[in-house]
Design a protein around this ligand. Structure first.
Ligand code: ADP
Length: 189
């Protein structure tokens, strides 16, 4: 299986590029943000819990996220691989992902880090908020999410460097140029 982690700050383009990778390699997509927003829309208990954290710009607790991730992963049959978008976001999640995959005879193939400067992230997220009406894409919550990213998520860069899985990708430029760089990295495996 081709197990790809697409990594980057909020607004770095993970969702957009995941779709391109899915189309090219025929793998399954797990976007934890989409899963949570789906639960909120359905009005489930999980959705209700998630909404509180998301509106505050905070992360959902690791134990809950790890269970959601494993059950989503196990729902795929005869999968060629998975792109993990929005997971892991903490060291605990990265460790749990490694264990979860190992228990299934799998491992992470590559971690692709979309590098985008902070001012550009802010511009993109504000614009997304205006266009899509995503409740967490407002200036105050964006600032909190970027802080959470730096404190809790960015340390994963060093973690995956140590695992020899880290590849940096310039996240500025046309969507197709960025996609081409991502494909090159995957094809190099
Ligand atoms: P972003 O564009 O901010 O990366 P996502 O759609 O990936 O947005 O996630 C939206 C929100 O869902 C996050 O701010 C967080 O509250 C929650 N979330 C998503 N993935 C995770 C995760 N792996 N662990 C904890 N919380 C998560």
């Amino acid at each position: 299986m081709l197990n790809v982690i697409i990594f980057g700050a909020p607004g770095s383009g993970k969702g957009t590029q995941s779709e391109k990778i899915v189309a090219k390699y025929g793998i399954n997509h797990i976007s934890t943000g989409d899963v949570l927003r789906g639960e909120i829309k359905k009005g489930t208990k999980l959705g209700e819990t998630a909404q509180g954290y998301i509106n505050q710009g905070q992360l959902i607790p690791d134990s809950l996220m790890i269970d959601i991730l494993a059950s989503k992963f196990d729902s795929f049959k005869d999968s060629k691989g998975v792109i993990f978008d929005g997971f892991p976001r903490t060291i605990a999640q990265a460790e749990a992902l490694k264990v979860m995959l190992k228990e299934r005879g799998q491992e992470v193939s590559i971690m692709l880090n979309l590098d985008v400067p902070e001012d550009e992230l802010m511009t993109r997220l504000i614009k997304r908020g205006e266009e899509s009406g995503r409740a967490d894409d407002n200036a105050e919550t964006i600032a909190k999410r970027l802080k959470v990213y730096h404190n809790q998520t960015a340390p994963l860069i060093d973690w995956y460097k140590k695992e020899n899985l880290f590849v940096a990708i310039n996240g500025l430029g046309s969507m197709d140029t960025i996609a081409a760089d991502l494909f090159k990295a995957i094809d190099n495996l």
